[in-house]
Design a protein around this ligand. Structure first.
Ligand code: ARG
Length: 486
């Protein structure tokens, strides 16, 4: 009966890992700024750092508010929600002031004016907004460019960021992209084949977004912003960034042979600016989430399975059983991304919890539901006579369950549990939705900087594949060992 030791070890490991992930919070007063850093010159990545006009201005604002600036990169369509829910203190992301947004958050005084412009291939026949009807138009999801095209023209093709839309335009998948003028200028300057149409679609103003509940911060920031306007600091920051090209993504050189092309691409995607680090760090985050979540899942799964079988066999634990059934229905009936977003934005809405911990909890709870049913199947597969024998030897019901039934059940369901881990590992790839930099998101960041879809995606796929293959091999060995032990 060595199996019950394995079970206890798993239980302790799960508890420990959850506890460990929960600590380590430091107590400094931070100013958490959220942004979407593929928007040069306002915000973009330079190596590992997020730089640009917005970080520079907000750094000054943070100083005035006596806070320590922390910048977080997330998808643009989550930014307003992050501020509204209190997850972040300030959104600084080239955000246009609009009436709709004003209903959800407060804006500071505007700091710059901008326009939505149309970018097309130099060879295009599109000359202005009037030619756009019926064309394939790309936008960044959730931006004012998106709303403009949707309301005034037609359904656009929505990309995660402007850089990806430009990439699609370059490869002929789109006829035009609608984007803010400064990022458009920088993207167009990087390729020899794009141009910006002279007539802008709309004029806009950018401001920073603050939660409606944080009037005090709004006042402080507004005062400092006005001071920066008056003493020339604001203009200096704008001048500094507007006159240089901004993003660090290289101009595509023109390699000759296929091999040169390949080497060039590897260099651009992984070596330059140490981009491989996005994959390396992301990989560790993915592993951490998947590993801890699977332990939590097994813990929940075991508990639920035992309650369900006990209730089914003995007819007690009625309320717990009903709760477990509800849990199984809800969790298995809704997508894991939605659960992750709900846990992050609603349940932990106004709490400052570590995102990795949120992901572990979300994926752990999700996985628990599937594990529960796997284990219940395992328990049912053990002949009832075993339980009777154990009881007649004087073991109590819980003792017989933990010492006799569960270890055997665990062995029977090992392949199915392994399968569950494999599914979970890949499912964590949606962590990017809460701005976690996991493996998939690491690849996304590289793509947005290098405009290359192929290599970053292949690299990400290969890493997942390698982990799954390694894990399957380990599992096969474990199964063989358990068989031999019989
Ligand atoms: N100004 C536009 C808006 O507010 C686009 C902003 C996009 N910003 C970004 N960092 N991607 O919708």
């Amino acid at each position: 009966m060595k199996y019950h030791k394995l079970f206890y070890a798993l239980l302790c490991a799960a508890t420990l890992s959850v506890l460990l992930c929960g600590c380590g919070e430091e107590k400094k007063k931070k100013l958490l700024m959220v942004t979407e850093a593929t928007f040069p010159p306002y915000e973009y990545r330079d190596g590992k750092e997020i730089v640009g006009i917005d970080p520079d201005i907000v750094r000054e604002l943070a100083k005035a508010a006596n806070r320590e600036l922390v910048i977080e990169d997330m998808s643009f369509d989550s930014i307003i929600a992050a501020v509204q829910s209190g997850k972040a203190d300030i959104a600084a992301s080239g955000i246009t002031v609009t009436e709709d947004r004003k209903k959800k958050i407060n804006f500071t005084v505007p700091y710059v004016t901008a326009q939505q412009v149309i970018i097309v291939q130099k060879t295009s026949t599109i000359q202005g907004a009037e030619d756009l009807k019926g064309k394939r138009i790309g936008v960044q999801h959730g931006t004012t460019g998106d709303s403009y095209v949707t309301e005034k023209l037609q359904q656009p093709e929505r990309y995660q960021n402007g850089a990806l839309a430009i990439r699609a335009l370059l490869t002929g998948k789109l006829d035009a992209v609608v984007l803010d003028n400064e990022p458009a200028r920088i993207h167009a300057a990087k390729s020899q084949t794009l141009k910006i149409l002279p007539k802008p679609l709309v004029h806009e103003e950018y401001a920073f977004a603050i939660s409606k509940h944080n009037k005090e911060l709004l006042t402080i920031l507004n005062q400092e912003l006005m001071r920066m306007k008056n003493d020339g600091r604001l203009q200096a920051i704008l001048d500094k960034h507007m006159n240089k090209s901004g993003n660090t993504a290289e101009k595509p050189s023109i390699p000759e042979t296929l091999w040169e092309k390949w080497v060039d691409s590897v260099k651009l995607n992984f070596i330059d600016d140490d981009r491989y680090l996005y994959l390396a760090v992301g990989f560790l985050v993915t592993l951490e989430i998947a590993f801890c979540a699977v332990l939590l899942g097994v813990l929940i799964g075991f508990t639920v399975a035992v309650i369900r079988t006990t209730a089914d066999r003995n007819g007690n634990l009625k309320i717990l059983n009903a709760l477990c059934k509800l849990y199984l229905t809800v969790i298995r009936g809704t997508p894991v991304v939605v659960q992750l977003l709900l846990i992050y934005f609603v349940i932990f809405g106004s709490m400052d919890v570590d995102k990795v911990l949120v992901a572990i909890i979300a994926f752990g709870i999700n996985s628990g539901a599937y594990v529960a049913e796997i284990i219940r199947g395992g328990i049912d597969s053990i002949d009832n006579g075993q339980m009777e024998a154990a009881r007649s030897l004087g073991l109590s019901y819980p003792q017989s369950m933990i010492r006799i039934i569960l270890p055997q059940a665990l062995k029977n369901v090992l392949p199915a549990l392994g399968n569950e881990f494999i599914v979970l590992l890949k499912e964590t790839s949606v962590s990017g939705y809460i701005a976690l930099q996991d493996l998939t998101k690491g690849g996304d960041i590289i793509r947005s900087q290098t405009y290359d879809a192929f290599l970053p995606l292949i690299a990400v796929a290969l890493i997942y594949l390698a982990v799954v293959m390694l894990f399957s091999a380990l599992l096969t060995r474990l199964e063989r060992r358990l068989k031999n032990n019989e």
